[in-house]
Design a protein around this ligand. Structure first.
Ligand SMILES: Nc1nc(=O)c2c([nH]1)NC[C@@H]1CN(c3ccc(C(=O)N[C@@H](CCC(=O)O)C(=O)O)cc3)CN21
Ligand SMILES: CC(C)C(=O)C(=O)O
Ligand SMILES: [Mg+2]
Length: 263
């Protein structure tokens, strides 16, 4: 059965956890969806995992379109979300639409962009024109040089309140999903309970509607520093398939993320 945004919304309403992984090619697309991963995120993290850059900033729209096409060709049933890369959407809603159209033409079912209230007008512009949008708040890697590093966000009461306002603004503007990255579990749970749309957490605790990890982190093959919230599922698994099945099982049961993966 094909996964749609409606499916994900219904899963969240029933409390069935959504399993998401990043995916950048056709072979992994088939493997991941065969193991029960509902959403494939063509993340701009490919700048780090595939291209060896030390941030996501150098990734281009044509890089994203290429990998989105690879994933779409290998996938029959997953819901495909593609990241709008740095510089391809921040200028104006019109620029965002032009960029999003390229990713949708490459086979994405939804585009993801980083930012909260500041992106509300852009989210409304895209969704009014038939392009589903996923928000992404908390640790937004395209802002690493403003954030001062890859670190947990929303720790102060003021920052937490701002993240809640950001999430509500994205939902109000028509976003269908929101990624919460590297925020305290208590805050992610609070945001999730105040929204009607599903939240997808990465380093945001077990209270989100779904979980996402970078594929190379969950396979233990990323050579750089991996975040505290990543878990190597190859540890104890005999194959990539078994590792992905373990990830899906642990997301569904709530066993992942455990306290050691959580802020
Ligand atoms: N391989 C990979 N995994 C990711 O999760 C990921 C990427 N790449 N690229 C884009 C961003 C960058 N991310 C990161 C990278 C590092 C940390 C990290 O090391 N955080 C430290 C805390 C550092 C601090 O507070 O100063 C940690 O302990 O988790 C977090 C998120 C998440 N995303
Ligand atoms: C980690 C996820 C949320 C992401 O944005 C990416 O892989 O680029
Ligand atoms: Mg990304």
């Amino acid at each position: 059965m094909k996964t749609t945004l409606h499916t994900l919304q219904q899963m969240a309403e029933k409390g069935d956890k959504i399993a998401v992984l990043t995916c950048y090619d056709a072979s992994f697309a088939a493997l991941l969806e065969g193991a029960g991963v509902e959403v494939l995120l063509v993340g701009d993290s490919l700048g780090m995992t595939l291209q060896g850059e030390d941030s996501t900033l150098p990734v281009t729209l044509s890089d994203m379109a290429y990998h989105t096409r690879c994933v779409a060709r290998g996938s029959k049933q997953a819901y495909i979300v593609a990241d709008l890369p740095f510089g391809s959407y921040q200028e104006s809603p019109r620029q965002a639409l032009r960029s999003a159209a390229q990713l949708m033409a490459a086979g994405a079912h939804m585009v993801k962009l980083e930012g909260g209230q500041v992106m509300a007008e852009t989210v409304a512009f895209l969704t009014a024109r038939g392009i589903p949008v996923c928000g992404h708040i908390g640790l937004t890697p395209q802002s690493v040089h403003q954030l001062g590093g890859y670190r947990v966000q929303g720790r102060s009461e003021a920052a937490a309140e701002q993240l809640l306002l950001d999430a509500l603004a994205l939902q109000q503007s028509g976003a269908g999903l929101i990624v919460l990255e590297a925020v305290p579990a208590t805050l992610a749970l609070q945001i999730t309970s105040q929204l009607t749309i599903p939240t997808i957490g990465i380093g945001a605790g077990p209270g989100c509607a779904g979980q996402v990890l970078v594929l190379h982190d969950m396979l233990g093959i990323y050579p750089g520093k991996t975040p505290k919230f990543a878990k190597d599922f190859m540890n104890g698994a005999g194959s990539i398939q078994a590792a992905v099945l373990a990830y899906v099982r642990d997301v569904k049961s709530g066993a992942f993320p455990a306290p050691e993966h959580t802020f």
